[in-house]
Structures are given as C-alpha cells and as structure tokens.
Design a protein around this ligand. Structure first.
Ligand code: ATP
Ligand code: MG
Length: 402
C-alpha cells in the first residue's frame, strides 16, 4: 500500500536543512569566520566552551550589522551578498545563500551584539529558530560584531550524542581557525578555551604567511618550506603557497587547500601530491602543504556542497596535471640543492684532516669518560654487596679468614 504524502512542518524542514549545513561546531565556526572576513574584519577572536557544544563566541572588528537588519538576519535566505542568481558566477564573498546564521539559530541559541561605524551605540539581539525573540536592546560596544552560539544541537539529541568528545571537537575548531589564519596573513586570529588566558592559536596582524605557519605548525616545518608561485594564462589560474621540501616529513599529511580563498578539500589533488612526495620521503611519512589556487570565478561552481567544503571547476584534470608537474619541478630543484649542500658539507668537514683529527680526539675523550664511569659503578656495586652481607652468603673469601 502506498504511503500518504504529507507536507512537513516548517520547523522540521528548517531543522533538517540546518543539520546539513552545520554538522558539528567546527562548521559553525567556519561559517562565522567567513562572515567576519566578508565584513572586512582584521581581528577575529574565537572563544569556545566544551568543544563548542556549550558555547562558541566569535568577536570581530568588521562593518557590523545595521539595526534595521537585525530583525531578519537569522531568517533563511536573507543576505547582503547576492541579488540575482547570475551574480553567483562572479561572487567574491564567501557567503551567498543567507543560510548559515539561520541554520545555526535552528539548532542553537544565538545572541548577536553589533555596532556599525554610523551607529551611535551597539545593539544586542537574541534569536531562536530563525526569529528575533525581542526587539534589539541598545548597549555599549565597539565597532564590529560578536556572535554567541549556546547549546549547539540542544534540540537534535542524536547529533548531540554523536558529538560526545569535546576535545576532538575543539581540535577540529583549532584546525579551522589555524587554516584561515595562515591564509589570511595581515589579519589577526585567536582561538582559546573559555576561562583560559592563553590562546591555543594566535596570529598577529603584521605577521607573514611563513610567520603564521611557524606560529601554528612549528619551527621545524617553517624552516623547510619552498615557495610556490605559478601562473598559467591558458587555463586562467594562479597557484601560490608553501610546500615542505624533501628534508621534512611527518606521520600525517597536513594539506591546507584554498580555492578562490575558500577552504576546501580535493581528494584528486591530495592523491597526486602524495604520489609525488612518495618518491622523496621515507615510507609512511607525509609532507606539509599550503596551496592557494585562484581560478577565474566564472570557471568555478561554489554551490555544490551544503557545507561549501567542495567546489567544482572547469578544466580540473588539466589544472591538476599542471600543478603536479610544477610541484614535482620545485621539489626536484630543492632536492638537487640538498644533494649539493650535503656534498659541500662533506667536502668541507669530512675530507678536512683537521676535522678528522678533532673527531678522533673527541671519540677517545668520550671512551675515557665512559670507562671511568664503569669502574665507579662497579666499585659501588661491590660495596653494596658486602654491606648487605651478600658476600658471606655467596661464600666469598674475606682477607681476615685467611
Ligand atoms: N560578523 C558579521 N559582520 C557583519 N555582518 C554579518 C556578520 N555575520 C553575518 N552578517 C550579515 O548577516 C547576513 C547573513 O549571514 P549568513 O552567514 O547567514 O548568510 P551569508 O553569509 O549571506 O550566506 P551563507 O549562508 O552562504 O554564508 C550576511 O549576509 C551579513 O550581511
Ligand atoms: Mg555567511
């Protein structure tokens, strides 16, 4: 028997849609960071409680939201970034759907505090299920926006149960903030746990991309980076970034990929890159890569995934092929210089008679020290044995018994 088709209740529809856009706290943070960047913020601070499930607070110094817009800002399909569908082909902002804040407000309690440069004061407003709960209240505040998201998935118990590890969620949040921080040198980012004074990631506005990589991923990787800057007119793309050379490897691949400034994933590109590095790195070790691919906007479709973590672009295979070739050349170049360096180093030190003499001298010195230590420990050991009477039980002759 055929089932009866019914129209779903609007709140159910909205909650289902929200669950697709906001799958975990890190997605909410990504959407909100993109909103801050669209609002031309240069300072973005994230504070998190219980891996973002209890509280996410994000503060920026961007344009702010006009008081008149606070009424509809959390409704679905309300945006200041897109007018007509055709504009999507040349979109330069991260946002375009007017969907993110609405989604968040359908699965959490949202509070927005915001001030524009023209506004005399800031305004605070609370939202639930996309709706403003009461008229915005005037309050004190600096220019910019602070959004607090409390009790994420309070009304989606299955999702809440699935996300039971706050430290894992926090790690994902730190990963998202770190990646945006590297890609946005010239802007400062920070992320910390609520109540802590020290941030887990902090970048400064005057820091370069390499400074940010050093601050976030460590000194070891930042010393072994090769700069990449490739422009290809025929396919209308440009690739910029930093990749680790053949001297550096780690257990897990770190691959930061931005396509037209969007943090995305590309399994095809990742596979190609892993294959290139496999020829240079020890088995089961991987590289670090930060790549920013800029493609003519009309060749990119950004509207293919609810969390926007994937984009489709024209000539994908040809672009990946060229990227592969150029990265291979870069790596080969750096490896040749590494071999050269090793040769120079060997010639300078190992073939030098003075270096050889010093090396033998230090070896003898170490052997000498080692033998003194062995004698010392042996004497101590014998003394302990005699004190504990073990020598008698072992029936070892003593001088006074002779
Ligand atoms: N931090 C912010 N500063 C200034 N304006 C903001 C900020 N966050 C949101 N807005 C405003 O709220 C609107 C709705 O944001 P929301 O993220 O829901 O949609 P969007 O960014 O337009 O599109 P998308 O759903 O694709 O992200 C934005 O268009 C923007 O005008
Ligand atoms: Mg947005």
């Amino acid at each position: 028997m055929a089932g009866i088709i019914r129209r779903l209740d609007e709140t159910v529809v909205n909650r289902i849609a929200a669950g697709e856009v906001i799958q975990r706290p890190a997605n909410a943070i990504k959407e909100m960071i993109e909103n801050c960047l669209d609002a031309r913020a240069t300072n973005i601070q994230v504070t998190v409680k219980e891996g973002g499930l209890k509280l996410i607070q994000i503060q920026d110094n961007g344009t702010g939201i006009r008081k008149e817009d606070l009424e509809i800002v959390c409704e679905r399909f309300t945006t200041s970034k897109l007018n007509k569908f055709e504009d999507l082909a040349a979109i330069s902002t991260y946002g375009f759907r007017g969907e993110a804040l609405a989604s968040i407000s359908h699965v959490a309690h949202v509070t927005i505090t915001t001030k524009t440069s023209e506004g005399k004061c800031a305004y605070r407003a609370n939202y639930c299920d996309g709706k403003l709960k009461a008229p915005p209240k005037p309050c004190a505040g600096n220019q910019g926006t602070q959004i607090s998201v409390e009790d994420l998935f309070y009304n989606v118990s299955t999702r809440r149960k699935a996300l039971k590890n706050p430290s894992e969620e926090y790690a994902r949040i730190v990963e998202v903030v770190s990646r945006y921080a590297v890609h946005n040198s010239g802007k400062s980012f920070s992320v910390k746990k609520h109540g802590e004074t020290v941030a887990d990631v902090r970048t400064l506005a005057n820091a370069s991309t390499v400074d940010n990589i050093r601050a976030i991923f460590g000194n070891a990787v930042s010393r072994e980076l090769i700069e990449v800057d490739i422009e290809e007119e025929r396919l209308a793309f440009r690739l910029k970034g930093y990749i680790s050379n053949a001297n550096y490897s780690m257990k897990k691949c770190i691959f930061l990929l931005f396509i037209n400034h969007r943090l995305v994933e590309s399994n095809a590109l990742k596979k190609v890159i892993e294959t290139i590095y496999a020829a240079y790195l020890p088995k089961n070790t991987h590289p670090f890569l930060y790549l920013s691919l800029e493609i003519a906007p009309n060749n990119v479709d950004v509207n293919v995934h609810p969390t926007k973590h994937e984009v489709h672009f024209l000539h994908e295979d040809s672009i990946i092929e060229i990227v592969q070739k150029r990265i291979e050349e870069k790596l080969l170049g750096s490896n040749a210089s590494r071999t050269y360096f090793t040769q120079v180093y060997a010639e300078k030190y190992y073939n030098n008679p003075l270096y050889f003499y010093r090396f033998i001298q230090s070896l003898f010195f170490k052997l000498h020290l080692f033998s003194i230590l062995i004698i010392f420990y042996f004497c101590n050991f014998m003394e302990i044995l005699s004190l504990s009477g073990l020598l008698e039980t072992l029936d070892i002759d003593k001088p006074n018994q002779i």
